[in-house]
Design a protein around this ligand. Structure first.
Ligand code: ZN
Length: 178
């Protein structure tokens, strides 16, 4: 269920202006793609620009918004695969986190994953999710917690991967702080 550039198709309003000489501008306003064009511009060219700007905006939106929906789907799959689907959480999503990769608020069941984790390989992201999911049952990092975390077969490898991220200055960044 990836959101790709072709699924983003807002209504387009073309605003022609006599003052505008040759540049074209676009903005998204209340879900409508407004295209500002010079009034001399032929209809076919306006339509071409509308499509170009739609794609450009779609790409920008994809980049700037790690998908919470996708995160939730991965968590659901991992829950089914490793925990018999028994875990329940109240919310799960990306958040700005400067000092950790994730967090799970034991009392409320809210899981957060650092936005920068959206660029990690899927199998590392899955490890982060398994780690936070395991905190739904164990607030500490004790043996029972590790038993849960280790049901994900790539846990050790993912820990190594995160530790090796020294080129980005994130080596040793804890998964979470509890
Ligand atoms: Zn933890």
């Amino acid at each position: 269920m990836e959101q790709d550039s072709n699924q983003f198709s807002p209504p387009v309003r073309i605003v022609a202006s006599g003052k505008r000489r040759r540049t074209v501008a676009a903005r998204l306003r209340s879900g409508v793609l407004e295209l500002l064009v010079p009034s001399w511009m032929p209809e076919a060219e306006r339509q071409q620009w509308a499509e170009t700007m739609r794609r450009r905006l779609a790409r920008r939106m994809d980049r700037s918004r790690p998908s919470d929906q996708r995160l939730m789907e991965r968590a659901r799959t991992l829950n089914d695969r490793h925990f018999g689907g028994r875990l329940r959480w109240t919310s799960i999503g990306y958040a700005e986190m400067a000092h950790t990769w994730g967090s799970c608020t034991f009392t409320t069941g809210a899981i957060r994953v650092a936005k920068r984790a959206a660029t990690l390989p899927d199998w590392v992201l899955d490890y982060l999710l398994v780690h936070e999911l395991s905190h739904l049952e164990h607030s500490d990092h004790g043996p029972a917690f590790h038993e849960m975390e280790n049901r994900y077969p790539l846990t050790e490898r993912a820990r190594g991967y995160l530790m090796a991220l020294d080129s980005t200055g994130e080596a040793g960044l804890p998964v979470d702080s509890d």
